[in-house]
Design a protein around this ligand. Structure first.
Ligand SMILES: Cc1ncc(COP(=O)(O)O)c(C=O)c1O
Length: 368
C-alpha cells in the first residue's frame, strides 16, 4: 500500500487496502494499443478500488482488486430507487513521467455534498484521496502520455442493501474505476451547437440538480436525443423562471464586452470545478466575475445587441468548448466568437499537464 500519514485535519488514520493483483492484466503491448487511441469511457484499467459501508461498521474492507463485474442482489436499493452518486476527475502524466490530478479535494467535497443530498454516507476526503493513489499505485502505467490524453477516474457510490422499503440504505459501496481518455477534440477545439430544452427540465427547486447523481443524467437523455434530432450537439436547460441552468454535462459562462464574466449560479446547478478554476484564472487577469441568474432573454438580447461577446461551456471531459449556435423551436442564434475561452483553456491545461506554474496549488501528485 502507498504510505499516507494520519490526516492532520480529521485525525483519520489511512485505510489498509488489501491488494489482489489481476493475474489476467493486459500485457504492455495490449495496453499500449489501447492508449494509442483510447476514445472515451470504452476501455478500463486492470484494477478497481472498493470500500464498504454499513450503518454498524462504518467504512470498512478497503480493497484493490481485479477490474470486473460487480455482483448485486436483484433487490439492491440502487436498482430500484436510484440512490447513487459519482464523480469525474482526471489523472495527467507530466513530461517527467510523474502523475498528477487536479483539485481532488474539491471532487472529494462535492462527493460528500452529493452524498448528503442522496442520503448516502459521506466518504472522508482523506479516504477519497487515498483511493485515487491506491489505484494509480497498481494501474499508473495506464495514464497515457499523448497530447491532451488523460486517465479518467470515476469514483461512485451506491446503495447495495437488498431491501425494497423506501428509506436510505443501510449498506453502501464506494468504488473507483479508471478509463484512459483521448483528446476530446480531434484536430482542434470546435464550437458546439446547443439545443434549448423547452419541454423538459433537468432539475427543480429543492431537487437534486446540484448533486452528481445518476437520475439527473437519466433525465437529460430524452432532451439530449431531442438535441440530436435537431442536429445539435448538446442541450441547455432552463429553470422554472426561464433562467439558464447548464448543459447536460457542462456549465455555461458568458463574457460581456466590458470584460465581466457571468455564470449562472443556483442550487439546481452542479458546481463545476473546471468553471471555478477558469473563473479564478480570469480573476487573476483582472476580469470581474459574477455568479447570478441569467435569463434566456438576457442571453438572447445580449448576443443580439453585442453586449455578450463570447459564450462557452466547461467541464472536466472537454475542459472548455465555445458555444457556436443556440437553437430553439423557432429560432437559431449564432453566437459571437472570441478568444478568451480558448486562452483560458490553454492556461488551465498548461497547469494540469505541468507546463505552467501551479500558482494556486491545484495539482496533487498521485504516484508518490
Ligand atoms: C451536469 C454537469 N454540470 C457541470 C459539470 C462540470 O463539472 P466539472 O467542471 O467539475 O467537471 C459536469 C461534469 O463534468 C456535469 O456533469
Amino acid at each position: 500500500m502507498t504510505t499516507i500519514d494520519t490526516d492532520p485535519d480529521t485525525g483519520l488514520d489511512p485505510l489498509e487496502f488489501a491488494v489482489t493483483r489481476n493475474l489476467a492484466a493486459k500485457s504492455a503491448a495490449e495496453r499500449d494499443a489501447i492508449l494509442a487511441s483510447p476514445g472515451f469511457g470504452q476501455s478500463f484499467t486492470d484494477h478497481m478500488v472498493d470500500i464498504c459501508w454499513s450503518v454498524r461498521g462504518g467504512w470498512h474492507r478497503p480493497r484493490v482488486s481485479p477490474y470486473g463485474p460487480i455482483s448485486l442482489d436483484p433487490a439492491a436499493a440502487v436498482l430500484h430507487y436510484g440512490q447513487e452518486i459519482f464523480e469525474g476527475i482526471k489523472a495527467y502524466r507530466h513530461a517527467d513521467g510523474s502523475v498528477h490530478t487536479f483539485r481532488p479535494d474539491q471532487n472529494g467535497r462535492r462527493l460528500q455534498r452529493s452524498a448528503r443530498r442522496l442520503a448516502l454516507p459521506e466518504l472522508p476526503v482523506p479516504y477519497f484521496l487515498q483511493s485515487l493513489k491506491e489505484l494509480i499505485a497498481v494501474d499508473g502505467a495506464w495514464v497515457p502520455s499523448g497530447e491532451d490524453q488523460s486517465l479518467y477516474l470515476r469514483p461512485f457510490m451506491f446503495a447495495k442493501e437488498a431491501f425494497l422499503g423506501v428509506r436510505p440504505a443501510h449498506k453502501v459501496a464506494y468504488y473507483l474505476i479508471a478509463s484512459p481518455a483521448g483528446a476530446y477534440f480531434k484536430g482542434g477545439v470546435q464550437p458546439v451547437s446547443i439545443w434549448l430544452s423547452e419541454d423538459y427540465s433537468r432539475a427543480g427547486k429543492g431537487g437534486t440538480g446540484a448533486a452528481k447523481t445518476g437520475g439527473n443524467y437519466a433525465a437529460s437523455l430524452l432532451p439530449q436525443s431531442e438535441a440530436y434530432e435537431n442536429e445539435c450537439d448538446q442541450v441547455v436547460f432552463l429553470d422554472q423562471d426561464r433562467n439558464v441552468e447548464e448543459l447536460g454535462g457542462m456549465n455555461v459562462v458568458f463574457v460581456y464586452k466590458d470584460g465581466t464574466i457571468v455564470t449562472p449560479q443556483s442550487d439546481s446547478i452542479l458546481e463545476g470545478i473546471t468553471r471555478d478554476s477558469l473563473l479564478q484564472l480570469a480573476r487573476d487577469r483582472g476580469h470581474h466575475v459574477e455568479g447570478r441568474n441569467v435569463s434566456l432573454t438576457e442571453w438572447r438580447e445580449g448576443v443580439a445587441s453585442g453586449d455578450i461577446v463570447e459564450v462557452f461551456a466547461c467541464g472536466t471531459a472537454a475542459v472548455v468548448t465555445p458555444i457556436g449556435t443556440l437553437k430553439g423551436r423557432d429560432f437559431i442564434d449564432e453566437q459571437p466568437s472570441g478568444t478568451l475561452a480558448l486562452e483560458l483553456r490553454e492556461e488551465l491545461t498548461n497547469i494540469q499537464y505541468g507546463r505552467a506554474e501551479d500558482k494556486h496549488g491545484w495539482l496533487y501528485r498521485l504516484d508518490a
